[in-house]
Design a binder for this molecule. Structure first.
Ligand SMILES: [Fe+2]
Length: 427
């Protein structure tokens, strides 16, 4: 069979272990990879936590030597990636274990990459900011243990960082960066502050919603070689399964799990939703809300949300994504109204009597309702931007073609400008 458009989709994911208490098994998993000396990546906040102590004990019990690295940055930078890479090179480790949020896991991926295949930082970074060179070979084993629900980093081959000189978020994308094993222990989400839980839940929501509405894989041109098939391959039957279940879980548990930190059932279900969405977007790819989020977080001025270390202003990843989402889905619904309506229903919206022309409004109204009830920022104005910032936000997002071109409709400069303007305020 031959065709101009893509005829097949690929299914890849990290092997995963999910369940309460799974962190205490890390040593046995590491033994399974024949590890003898590992770099244990975490951050300052978690370094003294029971979670890191549990992992450390488990490694020792298995006869594995570990050295703790706690200097990862929340929202890593080129500088923090380089520092981690130097630690990894000097430590002569044969494997990596990461215990933390997406920032910790991404930093461990970068440290693993640059110690396994030393190069200048920009060598493997996505074009156009970096050289976009392929990773030349396998990395050391990496066991990733997420402590926040949302990023899905434990299941993806993506490491994101802020390129400080360009005031831009960018990343390294390669299937070789995907952790060898994801160990997800939902008990770790019990202590998350409300705002951190909310940001993670909305990141999960956008992973699922963007993957579900991404340009279908069969509308993409067929690559000249299977090696060139991108991980952002578009919506496909496999990713759809995870997206639908994720949206349904969020419809039932997002408000409960965010508002009441002692609702362990809801927090556990949010972690499961995050895992499913990570697998889905690792195979379909996100689109405009994530593409637009890079300049939203990169151009931050004075925003300091509750629940985060307050050393410097920060727009947490989930917040930087969700602030544009209602505007995006209002616009993309015309491409496939029934898919957008279905997503709205799974998220708990009443779609009785809604027709194709209502799909964008119904879905965005449900998103706005969830944002308002969880005290999320009121669009871009809620994180400190105004109409005069739209140009800079547009300019910053425009190079994110890997994500923007995965949207179901063409998104160029004019569309970005219109979307940022529409996202300024929702209520
Ligand atoms: Fe995300």
């Amino acid at each position: 069979m031959s065709c101009e458009h893509e005829c097949a989709f690929a299914v890849t994911t990290s092997p995963s272990v999910f369940g309460a208490g799974a962190l205490s098994e890390i040593g046995e998993h590491a033994s399974g990879f024949d590890l003898r000396r590992v770099a244990l990546f975490t951050d300052e906040r978690l370094a003294e936590s029971d979670y890191v102590a549990t992992v450390s004990r488990s490694l020792s019990a298995a006869g594995i030597d570990s050295e703790l690295y706690r200097r990862t940055r929340v929202e890593p930078t080129d500088g923090s990636f380089l520092e981690a890479a130097q630690f990894a090179r000097e430590g002569r480790f044969d494997g990596f274990v990461s215990v933390g949020g997406g920032s910790v896991i991404d930093t461990a991926k970068a440290a693993n990459l640059f110690s396994s295949h030393p190069a200048e930082l920009m060598t493997y970074v996505n074009r156009p900011l970096g050289e976009g060179m392929p990773v030349p070979g396998a990395l050391a084993p990496h066991i990733a243990c997420p402590t926040t629900a949302g990023t899905g980093s434990e299941n993806t081959g993506i490491a994101v960082f802020d390129l400080v000189s360009e005031k831009a978020k960018t990343g390294i994308v390669s299937h070789r960066l995907r952790p060898s094993l994801a160990v997800i222990d939902p008990q770790v989400t019990r202590t998350l502050p409300k705002n951190v839980a909310a940001s993670g839940a909305f990141d999960t929501l956008c992973h699922a919603l963007e993957s579900f509405t991404a340009r279908p894989y069969h509308e993409r041109p067929r690559p000249s070689h299977v090696r060139l098939r991108p991980s952002s391959q578009g919506a496909n039957p496999w990713s759809d399964i995870g997206c639908r279940e994720t949206l349904s879980l969020l419809g039932r548990f997002l408000l409960r799990g965010v508002v009441d930190g002692s609702d362990f059932e809801a927090r556990e279900q949010l972690q499961w939703a995050s895992t499913l969405a990570g697998i889905a977007f690792g195979n379909a790819g996100c689109h405009a809300p994530h593409g637009m989020s890079y300049s939203v977080s990169g151009l931050v001025r004075g925003f300091r949300p509750e629940g985060y270390p307050d050393a410097s202003p920060i727009i947490p990843h989930g917040m930087s994504v969700i602030v544009s989402a209602p505007a995006v889905f209002r616009m993309t619904a015309r491409h496939d109204p029934s898919r957008h309506l279905r997503a709205a229903k799974l998220l708990g919206a009443d779609i009785t009597g809604a027709g194709p022309d209502d799909a964008g409004h119904v879905l965005s109204a449900r998103l706005i309702e969830l944002m308002e009830k969880t005290s999320m920022p009121n669009g871009l104005s809620g994180v400190g931007y105004e109409a005069s910032d739209v140009e800079a936000l547009t300019e910053g997002a425009n190079p994110q073609r890997r994500l923007l071109d995965n949207a179901p409709v063409a998104i160029g400069t004019e569309e970005l400008r219109a979307l940022y303007t529409d996202a300024l305020r929702y209520w």
